[in-house]
Design a protein around this ligand. Structure first.
Ligand code: PXG
Length: 449
């Protein structure tokens, strides 16, 4: 038996680590391994680096630790669960916690989206929602409704379905044929540059769905999958009226509307969901990330009651499996305990409301950077924001990269991706933390050619 914490050695000399074996996700590996950025601790709104610096976590990990790091009640719930039930088979058997969690998540959703299929990530959630959408149309006797629609600049993870409906070219180009899908145009319009919150123009872009319907016929289309706000695309904010119009067209043509709320869900939008915040109710909502405060991988597809009911037909024998889909770790008891404790903690601290309150400050501070060197657009939605930088020598990704590295050296973890810097700070960030962050972002941007 090893000692508790046997793998945790705060005195480890990270410069002696062999970095060869681990192929890192979405990482410029050669640059990282030449000059590693090692995180060895996390507490509250800060990381600790291997050289002992405290670094502000301005993206809540990867948009997932909005409640902060090292939250005692969540840690304790996970620890307690480990000694009670560490694993239960997810196929054909159950454990009570997943049913309690499912009911509770349903209560947090708008409309009647109170049936839950559990997954382990945002990517699995995307693919699960698409499979359920197709299977639903078969279940109601319309098996020809299979076509799937995504959107340019959308991100739904990296599995084949999510990749195919996603619309970020570099994430697709190395991987060949995916699932057949059409794409709505991105809602980024030059006339909306520097719009604060939801931009005024662009509702008409939803009408492109009518064009797709004209080409394919609605009788062949299963679902439209969009993020209410695209995080990875660089905080692409829905124009006023746009989501309402998508909803209208989907309803009119009997097409399922799926909101990917992996980032916007559970607090980031300033409410439980962006759907609730904007009062546009889709048929399916995808969750992950904030569900367990990022501690244990977990995702959830939230479905309207009648979509689920369509599968529970008496035509199938009692031992028949209604949906041959699921994961070994679906509704894992440790993840379920982490999710329950996260929901408790966020409720006790009113964290959705705090995020909503902080959103106003973020909007002011980030838009104060208009006019800063190389800044070509600034966007924000809920407690999320992005600063878009001009390309250098036709490479749009180089300035965000240089800015991210410089900010890291100034004790700020800031996410760079594509042509933007992205911000999604903890829900209860203080005024001083956000003020200091954006002052330093401004200084760094002025220092970059
Ligand atoms: N859907 C959405 C909307 C996402 O943002 C996924 C699905 C996939 O989730 P998983 O858990 O499979 O990674 C995501 C993930 C960034 C960033 O910097 C965004 C994500 C992941 C990592 C970084 O914008 N989004």
């Amino acid at each position: 038996m090893g000692e508790i914490g046997q793998y945790w050695n705060p005195l480890l000399d990270t410069s002696k680590l062999n970095l060869d074996a681990h192929w890192m996700p979405f990482t410029a590996s050669r640059a990282f391994k030449a000059s590693p950025r090692m995180i060895v601790g996390g507490d509250g709104h800060y990381f600790t680096t291997d050289d002992g610096r405290r670094v502000f976590d301005s993206l809540s990990g990867l948009w997932c630790t909005g409640a902060g790091h090292n939250i005692a009640p969540i840690n304790e719930a996970i620890a307690a669960q480990l000694s009670k039930l560490d694993f239960a088979p997810s196929f054909q058997f159950g454990h009570p916690l997943s049913f309690q969690l499912a009911e509770r998540l349903g209560e947090l959703m708008p409309g009647k989206l109170n049936r839950v299929f559990f997954t382990n990530s945002g990517s699995e959630t995307a693919d699960t929602s698409l499979k359920i959408a197709r299977a639903y149309w078969r279940a109601v006797g319309r098996p020809e409704k299979t076509k799937l629609i995504g959107r340019a600049k959308g991100y739904h993870g990296v599995n084949f379905g999510g990749m195919s409906l996603g619309g970020i070219g570099p994430n697709r180009k190395q991987f060949g044929l995916g699932v057949e899908a059409d794409h709505l145009p991105s809602t980024l319009l030059p006339e909306n540059a520097f719009a604060q919150g939801m931009p005024q123009y662009g509702e008409h872009l939803a009408n492109y769905l009518e064009h797709i319907i004209a080409v394919n016929d609605a009788s062949n289309i299963a679902a439209v999958l969009v993020e209410p706000m695209s995080g990875s695309g660089g905080v692409v904010v829905p124009p006023q009226g746009y989501l309402e119009r998508l909803r209208e067209i989907c309803t009119q043509h009997e097409i399922l509307l799926i909101f990917d709320e992996v980032i916007t869900g559970l607090g980031r939008s300033g409410a439980a969901t962006a759907a609730e915040k904007l009062n546009v109710i889709p048929d399916i909502i995808n969750l992950a990330k904030q569900l367990t405060n990022g501690l244990i991988p977990m995702g959830a597809v939230m479905l309207r009651e009648d979509i689920h009911a369509a599968f529970m037909s008496d035509d199938l024998p009692a031992h028949g499996i209604e949906l041959p889909h699921g994961y070994t770790y679906s509704a894992h008891p440790i993840a379920a305990a982490a999710a329950m404790a996260t929901l408790d903690y966020m409720e006790d601290r009113n964290l959705f409301a705090q995020a909503n309150d902080r959103a106003e400050l973020l909007q002011r501070l980030i838009h104060d950077l208009k006019g800063t060197r190389n800044v070509v657009d600034i966007r924000n939605f809920g407690l999320a924001g992005a600063i878009q930088l001009a390309p250098r020598d036709s490479d749009p990704t180089v300035r965000p990269y240089e800015a991210g590295i410089a900010l890291w050296q100034k004790d700020n973890y800031v996410r760079w991706g594509g042509d933007t810097l992205q911000f999604g700070p903890p829900f209860d960030s203080t005024d001083a933390e956000l003020e200091q962050l954006f002052v330093q972002v401004g200084e760094v941007l002025e220092s970059i050619d």
